[in-house]
Design a protein around this ligand. Structure first.
Ligand code: AMP
Length: 299
C-alpha cells in the first residue's frame, strides 16, 4: 500500500452560514482518503460503531480506498458537532469519542510497508501506536487540532518529534507555540522534529516551510463556501496523495503538492459532508491545477 491514513471516522452535525447538516458522514480519515484516492491507492485505519450507516460505508469503499484497516465494533460511532463563526472557523459544540475512546489500531500487514503515512487528526496516543507498527515510510505526516493540543500536549509532542511534516492551522500553531507571528511560530516548530511544516490559513491560503524552503499558495477562489468541514483534511489528502504518486520527493514536488492540496480543499468546501470532494476527478482536478498557475504567475 503506497499510502496509509489513520484518523477519525464518524458522524458530524454542522451549522454553517448556508444551513445545517445532521449526522452526516465525516471524520479526518474520510476527507483525507476521498481526496487522496484521486492520485493513489490508500489504506485507511479507524473504527466505527454498530450505528454507522451501511450507505456511508459504501461511499468510502470505492476502488482506490482499501478498508482492511477499518473495524466495526459494538458501541456508538464517533460524533462531532460544530458551528462556524463569522470568520468561518469551527467552534466545537460537542465531541463524543465513543468507540474511539478504547480503540487500539492494528495495521494490516500490507499497510506496514507504506511509503507515505498520514496520521490525520485523532488522539495522539493512537497516532503513537500506529507509528510503532510501520517499518520505514519515506514520509510521515501528521495533523492535529485544539482538542488534542489542550487535552494531550505531552503525547502530541512525542508525535511531533517523530514526524517529517506537520499540517496545522494558524490559530492552532499559535496555541501550540505561544508565538503570535506565524512565520516565527512555524520556524519554532521546525526545531521540534518535523522537516516541514504546512500552515493552513483558511481563506488566506497556506504555506510550507522547511529549512531554507518557503512556498506560499493562495486559495482556489470559491465564492460560496457552503461547509468548510474537512477542508484541512482534504488539503492534506490531496497534498500527500500527489506525493505518493511522484518519484523522488523534491522541493518542486512539494510546491506542486501545495497546489493540489489547495485544489482538493476547494472542491470540498463547495458542499456539506463529502458531497463536494466526491465531485473531484482527475480531469476537474487538472483544470483547477492549471488555473491556479494563472493566479500567481506574473511574468
Ligand atoms: P477539519 O475541518 O479539516 O479540521 O476536519 C473536520 C473533521 O474532523 C470532522 O469531520 C470531524 O469529524 C473531525 N473531528 C472533529 N473533532 C475531532 C477530534 N477531536 N479528533 C479527531 N477528529 C475530529
Amino acid at each position: 500500500m503506497k499510502m496509509v491514513i489513520v484518523g477519525s471516522i464518524g458522524l458530524d452535525s454542522v451549522e454553517t452560514a448556508y444551513g445545517k447538516a445532521q449526522r452526516v458522514l465525516g471524520g479526518s480519515v474520510v476527507y483525507a482518503a476521498v481526496a487522496a484516492k484521486n492520485f493513489t491507492k490508500v489504506g485507511i485505519v479507524g473504527v466505527i460503531g454498530e450505528d454507522f450507516p451501511a450507505d456511508f460505508r459504501k461511499q468510502i469503499e470505492t476502488q482506490n480506498i482499501c478498508t482492511l484497516g477499518l473495524r466495526q465494533i459494538e458501541g456508538k460511532t464517533f460524533f462531532w458537532e460544530g458551528i462556524y463563526n463569522e470568520r468561518n472557523c469551527a467552534e466545537t459544540v460537542q465531541t463524543q469519542l465513543n468507540v474511539f475512546a478504547d480503540f487500539s489500531p492494528e495495521l494490516p500487514s500490507i499497510y506496514c510497508d507504506c511509503r507515505i503515512l498520514f496520521l490525520a487528526n485523532i488522539d495522539p496516543d493512537l497516532q503513537l501506536k500506529v507509528l510503532k507498527q510501520v517499518r520505514a515510510p519515506e514520509l510521515i505526516a501528521a495533523d492535529t487540532m485544539n482538542f488534542w493540543i489542550n487535552g494531550k500536549p505531552e503525547k502530541l509532542s512525542q508525535v511531533i518529534a517523530q514526524i517529517d511534516l506537520l499540517f496545522i492551522n494558524d490559530d492552532e500553531l499559535r496555541m501550540l507555540t505561544g508565538i503570535r507571528n506565524i512565520l516565527s511560530a512555524a520556524k519554532e516548530m521546525l526545531m521540534k522534529g518535523p522537516r516541514y511544516i504546512v500552515v493552513k490559513r483558511g481563506e488566506h491560503g497556506a504555506f510550507i516551510m522547511g529549512k531554507n524552503f518557503l512556498f506560499f499558495s493562495p486559495v482556489y477562489p470559491v465564492y460560496d463556501v457552503v461547509d468548510p468541514t474537512g477542508a484541512g483534511d482534504s488539503f492534506a489528502g490531496g497534498f500527500l496523495g500527489y506525493l505518493a504518486s511522484c518519484g523522488e520527493l523534491s522541493e518542486s514536488e512539494f510546491r506542486r503538492a501545495m497546489i493540489y492540496g489547495t485544489v482538493l480543499a476547494s472542491f470540498n468546501v463547495e458542499n456539506f459532508s463529502v458531497e463536494g470532494i466526491k465531485k473531484a476527478d482527475p480531469q476537474s482536478i487538472k483544470n483547477r491545477f492549471q488555473k491556479m498557475h494563472k493566479f500567481v504567475v506574473y511574468d
